[in-house]
Design a protein around this ligand. Structure first.
Ligand code: ZN
Length: 238
């Protein structure tokens, strides 16, 4: 089974002065991408579904896809969620556990945008949105020593577990940055899988602690999006 996992950040207009405009996808384009996925018969699944499948305990739809968002911007609720629901898709959002209800302070040069607060997270969870950890403070794990990495991973998993009322299964490495020590520590901290950034599909033998996600940016046209999914379905490699 080949599984594409899509990575978005913000579904919104690009505000003037944005330093990283690529992290925005306009609502119109996001809607066109969702419409494309639906036309092609893609059905969104959760990581819980995927992990059950990888462990031999579940089946997947014929054309599965996982839609993910990093950082947990409030616009995920205000702009993305209505479109996801309109097209019948679910999604997984990776939260920066110690910044919930705050702003993207890890990016001091970027426009500060509100992040989901605890009440919004719980309300979205009740509507079928899955949440994972994007560390405690959005630290680059490959730049930290072992103790600091473990603290980021354990603190965020504990905070989010309390907020969500269930164990957190999946980690998204901040900046997609991971190495052998951080992959091992993610497992040690109790995660069952972790996602990075890599323009490839996932196969049944893909390392669960280095799952690939296809980044979708402000520059990803619907044609490019369609081409990526078509091309990657044939080109599955390292
Ligand atoms: Zn991030």
């Amino acid at each position: 089974m080949k599984l594409p996992v899509l990575l978005y950040h913000k579904i919104d207009r690009i505000p003037p002065g944005a330093r990283y405009p690529r992290s925005y996808v306009t609502p119109e384009r996001f809607e066109a991408q969702l419409a494309f996925l639906r036309r092609r018969g893609y059905e969104s699944i959760s990581f819980a579904d995927y992990l059950a499948y990888r462990h031999g305990a579940g089946r997947l739809p014929r054309r599965p896809v996982i839609v993910t968002f990093d950082d947990g911007y409030r616009s995920n609720r205000d702009v993305a969620l209505p479109l996801l629901q309109q097209y019948g898709f679910r999604a997984t959002i990776f939260l920066v556990a110690e910044r919930i209800g705050g702003t993207n302070t890890w990016d001091p040069d970027e426009i500060q945008e509100p992040l989901l607060d605890a009440a919004a997270v719980r309300a979205m969870q009740a509507r079928g949105i899955e949440f994972g950890s994007h560390s405690a403070t959005h630290a680059r794990l490959t730049a930290l020593d072992r103790a600091a990495v473990l603290k980021e991973l354990r603190d965020s998993r504990a905070l989010l577990g309390t907020l969500l009322g269930r164990p957190v299964q999946v980690l998204a490495y901040p900046y997609g940055a991971h190495n052998a020590p951080s992959r091992h520590l993610a497992a040690e901290a109790g995660y069952e899988a972790a996602v990075a950034i890599r323009r490839r599909m996932n196969g049944d033998d893909t390392d669960l602690f280095a799952l690939r996600r296809i980044p979708v940016t402000s520059e990803t046209s619907v044609a490019r999006f369609a081409w990526d999914l078509f091309r990657l379905s044939w080109f599955y490699g390292t």
